[in-house]
Ligand binder design. Sequence first.
Ligand code: KG4
Ligand code: ZN
Length: 347
Amino acid sequence: MTILALETSCDETAVAILRGRELLASEVASQTAQHQPYGGVVPEVASRNHLMHAPRILRVATANAGISLHEIDAFAATSGPGLASSLLIGSSIAKGLALGFSKPYLAVNHLEGHLLSPFFLSATGILPVSNNKHGLEAPATDEIVPNISLIVSGGHTLLIEVQSVGHYRLVGRTADDAAGEAFDKVAKMLGLGYPGGPEVERRARHGDPERFDLPRSMIASGDHNFSFSGIKTAVRYLLPRLHAEDTDDVCASFQRAVIDVLVQKTMRAARACGAKCVTISGGVGLNQQLRGELREACENAGLRFLAAAPEICTDNAAMIAFAAALRLESGSSSSVTDEIDPNLAIA
Ligand code: KG4
Ligand code: ZN
């Protein structure tokens, strides 16, 4: 079974081709440079760029995979959540291809793509080579479920209890900004450019995380929800008395506070759900400090820990192809009349 998937939910134009569990191609055209001057994603600019890049990325993906579109068994695309005008481009292309080649179409929830990505490993070298050739991590199912999944990206901060593919329960979410959004906004305030996460992490390595006492909002709220707008505001209030040489300390103190909240609340949710495993996915999941501390907390608690491979943390189509493959294997597909849904929920 060979699946071609498109991901255009935000500002990355991505195409992947998956045969069985082997990732034949995974191409991403980033629009970061186009959005950089605005300090965030501009929907109109994003959809124009998707339209411009998609045909080329499709050609590159099929060429790299060494196959023609005639050999594709199903076409998939992200159908939400995301920017409506961006989602429309990828889903329209996938629907057109499915209709043209008389093959099934699969609408994939972007969040399910992230959620399943820690379980996806390829043997092709594009992603880390796994010991088993089947893509799914070696542990038996009863060692990894129930599972608490932390999806932490520029648009989302979610805790989801996973029982099996398709059986998800929303346990916690952010009440305001996503963690990645907070990284981006703080970076913008400090003049560090967009996207902010990688640069904040780089500066934090040289800074003192104890220098500024920033709020750990909702850390003791008793539920599993998050709030990251308070810490952003706290950094804004610091700005008038900051000098350039303080930037590393602000980054370190900010990152320390965000990670404290993410790790403590994820572990609390894992305890409450009797989880055997914790997973992390999404762009903020690239943060080495966060990955390391969550791994350590899981080891101390005797839980398994799986992190999405760095190559598939930020938005990509490989995770969409993988989610589509699991759906198709369970016998489900979508109708080409299914609409995109910018607010699509996962549970
Ligand atoms: O998953 P993603 O591409 O976006 C959404 O689907 O929303 O993640 C992008 C986000 C951005 O907010 C970016 O600043 C953040 O991930 N990010 C990081 C790091 N690398 C990317 N945040 C913290 N530390 C990093 N190393
Ligand atoms: Zn995403």
